[in-house]
Design a protein around this ligand. Sequence first.
Ligand SMILES: [Zn+2]
Length: 206
Amino acid sequence: MTPGFPYRLTCPHCGGHKLVASIASGNTFHSTLWSDSKHDYPMLPQPSFIQRCPDCEHYFFYNDGNPVETKDDRFSFDFGELSFEQIDEAYDEIFNCTSDEDNKLQILFLWLFKYNDKYGGRDPNYRSQVCPNSIVERRTGIIGELMTRQADNVLFVAEMYRELGNFERCIELATPLSGGDDFGAEVARMFIEHATVEDTYVFPLY
Ligand SMILES: [Zn+2]
């Protein structure tokens, strides 16, 4: 992986500037696909599509920050990655203000992925952490929105039921897809296996 010049973003709220790392070249070695559909590419980091302004602490879409390549040679690896608490705040600030359906979907997925990083089992160091009640309720709403928007993706919906602890429904949806040698059937069998032992944590598919 070769670092590239950082990009300068301009906060659309306050006009403040922020430098975000970029890479000149990378690859997909050591990638992981998780059961919640998150892809990790350690050798191909990308800037977070939602950025937080360090000056006014508001959130904005990367592209709305009008990214301009700098010639700043102090290479950084700060891609503006948000914590779970930050995406949760960002959701409040921007979800209802954006009319772009793709952006809405990306916010929902980012929320889910960050939730699973912290509470959903992706990071074993956090497994003892109990998710606050306010978040439990929000998660149900966010997963509901994702299931509606991804209704055609039955395997994804099955996985969401498993993560919510509705193992029966997960198995019911995954079973018809579980015959055969293709990757989808293999994934369906993995979902069934984890649902059978009442496991709600995310796990790597490969
Ligand atoms: Zn700002």
